[in-house]
Design a protein around this ligand. Sequence first.
Ligand code: CU
Length: 462
Amino acid sequence: MTSTNSRRQFFAGAAASVAGLAVARSALAGLPEPVIQTSVETAPPLVPTTGRPYNPVVTLNGWTLPWRMNDGVKEFHLVAEPVVREVSPGFKVNMWGYNGQSPGPTIEVVEGDRVRIFVTNKLPEHTTIHWHGQRLPSGMDGVGGLTQRAIPVGKTYVYEFEARRPGTFMYHPHADEMVQMAMGMMGMWVTHPKTRHPHISAVDRDFCFLLNAFDVEPGSKTPKINTMTDFNIWCWNSRVFPAIDTLNVRLNDRVRIRIGNLTMTNHPIHLHGHEFLVTGTDGGPTPPSTRWYEVTTDVAVGQMRQIELIADEEGDWAMHCHKSHHTMNAMGHDVPTMIGVDHRGLVKKIQKVAPDYMMMGERGMADMGEMQMAIPDNTAPMMTGTGQFGPLEMGGMFTVFKVRKDQQPGDYKDPGPYKFPEGTVAYEWNGVPPPAPRPASSSDTTPATAKAIKPTAKGMSH
Ligand SMILES: [Cu+2]
């Protein structure tokens, strides 16, 4: 640890001796050049050119942070800073993140790698980074006040440890945590096994993403940071459907999907058309004897889940959080249920006072997906997305797992809508209905009745 301590003193000294912009330059001299990325596209896997080889992951609507090798140590440079994230086209949110984005870049290393991470704080307040799930010296755990002094504004601190066990991890601040996570500060970390691991299979595609949530009032640009549970923007990597990229794979690929949850509630993640095994948790790869097949796995707050499957059914398969209000974008929750309400005549009366008034919801909410209602600037429609058969009426934590025969290995491009083979799509039935079977003895066709309790001027009476 002596090298870390002397470095820290060096940076503190350099920053104290020079003023203004020169401070930053001087303090950053000798650091790995920070790599900044602002594109919302899913970056192709970063194949390692230095260090030990591994099979890289693909971060949905994200990217992997390049590093430099310095005397056998992998050096990364994370810059904590305000960023603007396009959550979906036409909806940009002022967030805090790392290296130009929220979430920050994925960090990929190999089990046994010595890792040195420089963290420069360009936020308006102090921060730290906690390396969620890692085995490391206590002083590198990044808990402000407990294991280190928080990184002051404008300063660079160094974290240095060995990536001791393979698995899926996350990173996030442990200083003013509620605010900094509500603003989008988080990232993924993948430690690949150094050799064939008995509980880690080689896969053809390896995806990762974080579940995160924001509370952004429609029409505004900055998340409300004091929200406890009632968030309204449910994201995968700070994107919402249909702006979340699809997971595109080749028929019969073995696919791994790594999911971390840094929201304030759990998310049952559900995949259509395939069964999967949970092959890893926060604690690393699970022993095969403990695995069972599922189609939904609950990812609780602060947890990571790694699922694996053989993509052996061609098609467009929905993949989403099974809490149906998490597959919606910003919506008002204080709206009364209108199903079954006879409002004929009422709308005209209201429109005399408020000419733009529309009545919705009396037949369900599907109208929301069909009509292009005017919405405030800078927000995402509540139910949106269009497929080859019409509106999907989705939003938030939803995307499509696309399995295609002709998706080339290494090709992650969206192949477009699935071409359904003739005669394999649910169809309208136009025949003559057969007589409905009825029990021979029953002749009573009177509908059931219910007694209503009506309020009177005096109170309730029958
Ligand atoms: Cu959810």
